[in-house]
Design a protein around this ligand. Structure first.
Ligand code: SF4
Ligand code: SF4
Length: 491
């Protein structure tokens, strides 16, 4: 049995998971309209390659990856593109984003799908296939999977499949493992092949016994030397650095990536999507979403990307007093600006909120330096100091106190007896630093452009003066040649 390790801190919030695991995954009905954003992943938005009026097939490419970190976007069903335009999306800013509105024709007619013989395909081609299949991390960050597979010369010793699903309420990965374990293990074989890892560990928290049993059976049936490891339930045990620590004892140093210490991690639902993309030629066009909270029947649904969230939660029957929706879990999720926003690749859970489930926090009081936030911080930070610097807008100091090692898990806010929304201060400080860096970059490039322009004007001036001088010298030479020849004639 594998010896497990511990990470610093962590908390045990009520899990609220059993409500949504009483029934199996249901396929959500085809909605009358799908709204598909072109920016559903980390990096640059995909570039639309269809226009209003086009008829598309299910799985047809509608957005081309644009830039190194980007991913493709596909039509989730067959139908007609009614519009390409700005629509509200699930984003903390609440700002609209470019989306395709697709009216389904009800036929679910697929494009041609081609399976890939991955064992006889180069890593570069497999990465390109996954990029064009729109496969991104489904654990919430939506980072393009092909980028995580571009590991260059680094040697990956251990591949970790993250099935911890540590955040309360969310059960989509749990249900996926219970119902589709064999496919997940095949996806793990593909990922192992692509990163050439010697060891494959599948980390699952001990509050998911059915998923653990299903995965163990699938691994045994596959004959692969993969290890299903039961880990203690503690939040945020599903953070990549925390899971690596628990499973291997290794520490990812500040500012470094898991690949720097020979480890790579993929979420379990992402692994399933890799399998669908390579074994069936299916782009990422749907996902399992937990619908829970203030609803009559919490459940997991397999929903097409672009499904409006109001229609999806209605399947679970919203109870009175619902006062909004959260996408993700209660610790790291974001409140939705409106329930009309669509399901995107990062939508692992939608919680119907109410005052009873999430009572409004009491007003924040001054910090009493109790250090409870320090005790629970899984990144070993000093949240009370970070709070002080973020509040004082001393961002340089906040960075010096490793602000960017904060994984925004919210454990510090959860335990703070003064009810200080610490994580909100940290998000604010990070976004301010990013905005200032962006401003500085554009000021630097504007200054460079200005300096280049001055240099060009000066150079053109000089060239002009040199040309004029050369012209004058030539005229002078011609004049004196004529004078000399005149003198010769006179003589
Ligand atoms: S838990 Fe709250 S009150 Fe205690 S030290 Fe941290 S920020 Fe201050
Ligand atoms: S939100 Fe950041 S500072 Fe707070 S406990 Fe989590 S990692 Fe630590």
């Amino acid at each position: 049995m594998r010896a497990l390790h511990h990470f610093h801190g962590g908390i045990h919030p009520p899990s609220h998971k059993t409500q949504s695991t009483q029934l199996g995954i249901a396929v959500a009905p085809l909605p009358s309209k799908l709204i598909v954003p072109f920016h559903q992943h980390a990096g640059e938005a995909a570039k639309p390659v269809v226009q209003a009026g086009d008829h598309v097939l299910k799985g047809q490419l509608i957005g081309l990856p644009d830039g190194f970190i980007s991913s493709a976007v596909h039509a989730p069903t067959s139908g007609t593109i009614a519009a390409i335009g700005m629509q509200p999306v699930a984003h903390p800013s609440g700002l609209p984003n470019l989306c395709a509105t697709l009216i389904p024709d009800g036929r679910e007619q697929w494009v041609q799908r081609n399976a890939v013989d991955y064992l006889n395909t180069s890593p570069a081609e497999l990465q390109q296939t996954l990029r064009m299949a729109g496969v991104v991390g489904l654990g919430g960050a939506a980072f393009p999977t092909d980028i995580k597979l571009r590991i260059g010369k680094q040697k990956i010793n251990t591949l970790i499949l993250n099935a911890a699903e540590c955040e309360p309420y969310i059960t989509c990965d749990d249900m996926l493992m219970r119902e589709r374990a064999a496919e997940i293990v095949k996806g793990a074989e593909m990922l192992r092949f692509m990163v050439d890892a010697g060891v494959v560990l599948i980390g699952i928290e001990d509050n998911k016994p059915e998923a653990i049993a299903a995965m163990q059976q699938a691994v045994t049936d596959s004959g692969m030397p993969f290890e299903v490891v039961t880990i203690p339930t503690i939040y945020p045990g599903g953070g990549a650095k925390q899971l690596i620590r628990v499973l291997t004892g290794l520490e990812v140093p500040s500012g470094k990536l898991p690949t720097d210490i020979g480890v790579q991690c993929f979420n379990i639902a992402t692994t399933y999507s890799v399998y669908r993309a390579l074994a069936h030629g299916e782009p990422l066009h749907s996902r399992v979403v937990t619908v829970t909270g203030n609803v009559r029947q919490a459940r997991n649904y397999e929903a097409l990307i672009g499904t409006p969230i109001d229609g999806l939660v209605a399947l679970s029957e919203i109870l009175p007093d619902c006062n909004g929706y959260i996408m993700g879990g209660p610790m790291m999720g974001i409140p939705l600006p409106t329930a009309q926003v669509p399901v995107v690749k990062a939508t692992n859970c939608v919680i119907a909120a109410s005052d009873m489930l999430f009572p409004p926090p009491p007003p924040a009081l001054p910090c009493i330096r109790c250090t409870r936030c320090v005790e629970v911080c899984p990144a070993d930070l000093q949240p009370q100091d970070l709070y002080w610097y973020a509040k004082a807008r001393d961002f340089g100091k906040a960075q010096a106190y490793s602000l960017f090692d904060c994984i925004e898990c919210g454990a510090c806010s959860y335990v703070c007896p003064s009810h200080i929304p610490l994580v909100q201060y940290f998000r604010f400080a990070k976004s301010e630093i990013h905005a200032r860096e962006k401003e500085k970059q554009s000021a630097d490039s504007a200054r460079e452009r200005h300096e280049y322009r001055l240099h060009r004007i000066e150079r053109e001036k000089q060239e002009k003066a040199e040309k004029l001088a050369a012209k004058e010298r030539a005229a002078q030479a011609a004049k004196s040649a004529v004078e000399h020849s005149d003198e010769g004639v006179t003589k």
